[in-house]
Design a protein around this ligand. Structure first.
Ligand code: AHR
Length: 499
């Protein structure tokens, strides 16, 4: 960990011309602002894409890279430190082209298939037993993403039975012969993925009928309908209208990109415009949740059905020569994560799960690996800072802060979340989105606070194998003065404190 002084010196050096801090006022009231923040809002997504599984997580039991039954010890240890409450697997688009039978039994006899969506081949060396072992190593709940796009409902139902049956049925016996006596828990089962696109290009009405058919056979897991991911309100309307009885949750996929789907934009080496556009896109998830929540409220006023944002994060251009969907991860990504968490905390009535896309080496990753080397990303540290929010109850936090503009993009300077943590402490997260100006946040609070700050001198500061500590948290503390508690946020920073 760097010291706060060192971080501030670096940040100040980079913003030598900084004049006045932004003045903001935060008022936290002790009123609950919603149900608790489910720990599963800090969930993950693992897809067989690029080096997201093979190389990044799985190296095989014979590897010289230290591993436990094939899973890399360095990555597992790092993930355990921040906690992985839930993992979605095996896709993504991959899931609707995946036959679970390819991934069980003698590894030497498993078929090699084409990885239709992400290139190369799928060896099937990592299948159900291996993935479940990984989940147990991480003490994570399991969210299986089932195939509705290209397999019959019986295949999905049998996969679930294979994993969870505790009787003398043929599937349970087959699992035992393959080395696992005790059934696994599969709390969540996804009924297809992005059925509007890679999951089968289905019309909403057709998908709703399909969902109902498949979901009939998938209890007692929570049945998750594949919802929107392309800004289509109507799909959610139709699914809620026709399938609400047959689902426990519906999904939203939300990617933040600086430019567009043809040319996403660079992960590093970007300018202030791209910084602002990316954060603007990330903040847009708030409106998306509002819109979809309103549709859900019409059909499910009791709020029985949850919204799972089971893919979210940044998506930049893949550099030439890199594995599929690989991207660097910078301080900007940490801020995207932080404002996203703050938004999720504001919607706990519906948002019960969110899964960062993806865990390692793919899109907005927690860690990057190269052979035996591993480096933790700024996004990892954002997850680390926000740990006290897991299971906390959101509190009302009114913020008065000016906006700032970069070109035609206007952003709030400061973005906050406040909550009462499970241990009774008040936790505050504050994000200063302005890359140039520090923010001075005066509050109605009167106690001292301690926590961590994540910042760096450059907008695209990132950790590399050579410099793994370029963006790491530093201790942060503040004591109340005559005007109460005032928090000084460095430019482009995330601060999480508790009192
Ligand atoms: O996360 C990468 C891909 O993005 C997923 O496979 C798909 O569901 C989404 O389009």
């Amino acid at each position: 960990m760097k010291t706060l002084a060192a971080v501030l010196v670096l940040a100040a050096a980079a913003t030598a011309a900084v004049a006045q801090p932004i003045e903001a006022r935060l008022t936290v009231t002790q009123d609950d602002a919603g149900p608790r923040i489910e720990p599963t809002v800090y969930g993950h997504f693992v897809e067989h894409a690029g080096t997201g599984v093979y190389g990044g997580l799985w190296v095989g039991p014979e590897s010289k890279i230290p591993n436990t039954r094939g899973w890399r010890n360095d990555v597992v240890q790092a993930l355990k430190r921040v906690g992985v409450p839930v993992m979605r697997w095996p896709g993504g688009c991959f899931a609707d082209d995946y036959d679970w039978r390819d991934g069980i039994g003698d590894p030497a006899k498993r078929p090699v298939r084409r990885n239709r969506w992400w290139g190369g081949v799928e060896s099937n060396r990592v299948g159900t037993h291996e993935f479940m072992d990984f989940a147990e190593q991480l003490d994570s709940e399991v969210y299986i993403s089932g195939n509705m796009g290209s397999m019959p409902p019986r295949a999905a139902a049998q996969w679930l039975d294979y994993m969870t049956a505790d009787d003398n049925t043929a599937l349970a016996e087959e699992r035992r012969r393959n080395g696992r006596d005790k059934p696994w828990q599969v709390k969540y089962f996804g009924v297809g993925n992005e059925s509007f696109g890679c999951g089968g290009n289905m019309r909403s009405e057709f998908q709703a009928d399909m969902h109902n058919q498949y979901a009939t056979f998938l209890w007692p897991s929570k049945r998750v309908a594949s919802g929107d991911g392309e800004g289509d309100d109507n799909r959610v309307e139709v699914l809620m209208q026709r399938s609400v009885k047959h689902m426990d949750a519906i999904t939203l996929h939300y990617y933040s990109i600086p430019d567009n789907w043809t040319k996403h934009g660079e992960a590093i080496g970007f300018d202030a415009g791209a910084w602002a556009r990316t954060l603007k896109a990330a903040l847009g998830i708030d409106q998306r949740i509002n819109t979809l929540s309103a549709i859900m409220d019409k059909h499910d006023p009791a709020k029985r059905v949850a919204m799972y944002i089971d893919e979210w994060g940044t998506w930049y251009d893949t550099p030439k020569g890199a594995s599929s969907l690989w991207q660097q991860n910078s301080l900007r990504d940490a801020l995207v994560a932080a404002v996203s968490f703050n938004v999720f905390h504001a919607h706990t009535d519906r948002v019960k799960m969110a899964n960062i896309a993806q865990m390692v080496n793919v899109l907005q990753a927690m860690a990057l690996t190269d052979g035996p080397r591993m480096v933790l990303t700024p996004t990892y540290y954002a997850f680390d800072l926000y740990r006290p929010f897991k299971g906390a109850t959101p509190l009302k936090a009114a913020l008065q802060a000016p906006a700032f503009s970069t070109g035609d993009v206007e952003l709030p300077t400061v973005h906050v979340s406040a909550a009462r943590a499970a241990d009774g402490k008040l936790v505050l997260a504050l994000v200063n989105l302005d890359p140039n100006r520090p923010a001075r946040v005066s509050t109605n609070l009167t106690s001292a606070v301690r926590g961590q700050v994540l910042t760096a001198a450059a907008m695209d500061a990132h950790n590399t194998f050579q410099q793994p500590q370029a963006v790491v948290p530093a201790p942060f503390s503040a004591k109340p003065g005559p005007q109460g508690l005032v928090l000084e946020l460095p430019p482009k920073s995330v601060v999480v404190v508790a009192m």
